[in-house]
Ligand binder design. Structure first.
Ligand code: NAD
Length: 422
C-alpha cells in the first residue's frame, strides 16, 4: 500500500514501504497495527546558519527522523551528503528499526542527515556545521531517547565534535549520547572496523555454506569508505582477492588483485582514488557488472536497479550499503535465482551491534578489550544468521523478507502489547 499523503514520499521511502508490505502480509498484521508500525513516529527539520571561513553566513538544512521509539531509545547514524532528503532519512530510519529488532538490540530506529558535500567544507567549517547540527537536535536526543552514530560522510572526528557539543550543553562528559566516537572520548575498540568486519563475517559464512573457498573468491566493492575498506581488508586477510574498488569519482579494476594497502594510502593522501595506478580506471556503473564471486555495494542506496540487475555477474550480493537494491531489481534477482543476497538489515548490522557495545561501555564506565568486542559481535551475527535462515525456511520466502519479518514482528508485537495512549 503506497503512503501517498506523507511528507516522506520519495522513491527510497516507497522502496522501504514496499519491502515492509511484503513482510507485513506474511505476518498478517491487522491494518491499524500495520500502519502504526510502518509510519515514522516523528521528525525534526533544522535550519543551520554557519559562518564560513570567508565571513559569509550559509544556511544548511538537516533532518532527524525517529521511526520507532517503542522498543527502546532510537538509534541511527547521521549522514552528510549533498543529495540527502527527508524521505531518504525516513527510509534509513525505518531500516534501522528492523535491523536493531532483528539482531535483538534494545533500541528503536532513527536516522539523521544534512544536505552538504562535506568535501567542499574546510575542517573549521565542517566543525561549525557538525556542532550546529548537534545543537539543533539536542532537544530531541539523549542517551535514553535517541543515540546517533556515524554514517556516509561523517567520521570519528565529526562524532567527537558532536559529543563535545552535547556534553558542554548538559554540563558534564556524557559519551553515551552518541556512538562511533574516537577512543579517547569513550569510543569502543573495534567500532571503526565493526560494520565492514560484520559484512565480511556474513560473506565468509555464506560462502562456506556454498563450499566456496577463499582462494576461489574474488570481490568487487562499490564505495571505499569506512564500510567498504574494512570489508575489503577483512576479506583480503581471509585469502580472497579484491579485484575492484570505487569511490564517488569512479573505480579501479584489476582482475589480478588490487594492492589494498597501497589503495588505502593513496585514498587517504589524495582524498579519492583518481589517478591510483594499481588497476584500470572504470566507471561505477561498469564496475557493478564485472564478473566476481562477491559484489558489495557499500556507498549509496538504489544502485542495483532494473537496468543492471539482469547483467550482474556475481554469485553473491552482500549489501554493505543500506537500500542498494530497488524493488524492481530485487524481483529480477529473485527470478534469476542464481545470486545469494545478504540483505542490508542483516549484512551491515555489525555496525549498530558494536555501537550498542560502545553505549553499554559508556553507561557502565567499564571498557572491553577488542577481543571481547569481536567475540560478542560474532556470536550475535551467528545468532541473527541462524534465525534468518530458519525464518526463510519457515515461510519459503527470500532472505530479505525473512530478515524483515523478524525485525518487523518484534516491533509490531511491542506496539500491540504497549497499547495505545491515551
Ligand atoms: P563513508 O562516507 O565512510 O564512505 C562512503 C564511500 O562511498 C566513499 O568512498 C565515497 O567516495 C563513496 N561514494 C559516495 N558517493 C558515491 C557514488 N555516487 N558512487 C560510488 N561511490 C560513492 O560511508 P560509510 O560509513 O562507509 O557508509 C557506506 C554505506 O554503508 C552507507 O549506505 C551507510 O548507510 C552504510 N552503513 C554504514 C555504517 C557505518 O557504521 N558507517 C553502518 C551500517 C551501514
Amino acid at each position: 500500500m503506497a503512503l501517498t499523503h506523507t511528507i516522506y514520499q520519495s522513491p527510497v521511502f516507497q522502496q522501504a514501504c514496499n519491502q515492509f508490505d511484503i513482510a507485513a502480509d506474511i505476518l498478517g498484521l491487522e491494518p491499524g497495527l500495520r500502519e502504526r508500525t510502518k509510519r515514522p513516529r516523528r521528525c525534526v527539520v533544522v535550519s543551520m546558519p554557519v559562518r564560513m571561513d570567508n565571513g559569509q553566513i550559509e544556511i544548511f538544512e538537516g533532518y532527524r527522523v525517529q521511526h520507532n521509539l517503542s522498543t527502546g531509545p532510537a538509534k541511527g547514524g547521521i549522514r552528510f551528503h549533498e543529495d540527502v532528503t527527508l524521505g531518504e532519512v525516513a527510509a534509513l530510519a525505518m531500516w534501522m528499526s528492523w535491523k536493531c529488532s532483528l539482531v535483538g538490540l534494545p533500541y528503536g530506529g532513527a536516522k539523521g542527515g544534512v544536505i552538504v558535500n562535506a568535501r567542499d567544507l574546510s575542517p573549521t567549517e565542517l566543525e561549525r556545521l557538525s556542532r550546529r547540527y548537534m545543537q539543533e537536535i539536542i532537544p530531541f536526543i539523549g542517551p535514553n531517547i535517541d543515540i546517533p552514530a556515524p554514517d556516509l560522510g561523517t567520521n570519528e572526528q565529526v562524532i567527537g565534535w558532536m559529543m563535545d557539543t552535547y556534553s558542554t550543553h548538559v554540563g558534564h562528559f556524557d559519551p553515551g549520547v552518541i556512538t562511533g566516537k574516537p577512543i579517547a572520548l569513550g569510543g569502543s575498540l573495534g567500532r571503526r572496523e565493526a560494520t565492514g568486519e560484520g559484512v565480511a563475517w556474513f560473506i565468509k559464512s555464506y560462502l562456506q555454506d556454498m563450499a566456496i573457498t577463499p582462494e576461489k573468491t574474488t570481490v568487487i566493492i562499490q564505495g571505499f569508505g569506512n564500510v567498504g575498506s574494512e570489508a575489503a581488508l577483512a576479506l583480503y586477510d581471509w585469502g580472497a582477492e579484491v579485484i575492484g574498488i570505487s569511490d564517488f569519482t569512479g573505480g579501479i579494476h584489476n582482475p589480478k588483485g588490487i594492492d589494498l594497502k597501497a589503495a588505502l594510502a593513496y585514498a587517504s593522501t589524495h582524498k579519492s582514488l583518481i589517478g591510483f595506478t594499481g588497476g584500470d580506471a572504470i566507471t561505477n556503473e561498469e564496475l557493478l557488472v564485472q564478473p566476481c564471486t562477491v559484489l558489495i555495494p557499500a556507498a549509496l542506496e538504489r544502485v542495483i536497479t532494473k537496468d543492471n540487475a539482469a547483467n550482474l555477474k556475481c554469485r553473491m550480493l552482500a549489501e554493505g550499503a543500506n537500500g542498494p537494491t530497488t524493488n524492481d531489481a530485487d524481483a529480477i534477482l529473485t527470478a534469476r535465482g542464481d545470486i545469494e543476497i545478504i540483505p542490508d538489515v542483516l549484512c551491515n548490522s555489525g555496525g549498530v551491534i558494536v555501537s550498542y557495545f560502545e553505549w553499554l561501555q559508556n553507561l557502565q564506565n567499564y571498557y572491553w578489550t577488542k577481543g571481547e568486542v569481536f567475540d560478542k559481535l560474532y556470536r550475535m551475527l551467528a545468532k541473527a544468521k541462524a534465525s534468518v535462515d530458519e525464518t526463510q525456511k519457515k515461510y519459503g520466502c527470500s532472505r530479505r523478507t525473512a530478515a524483515l519479518v523478524l525485525g518487523i514482528a518484534r516491533v509490531a508485537d511491542a506496539k500491540a502489547k504497549r497499547g495505545l495512549f491515551p
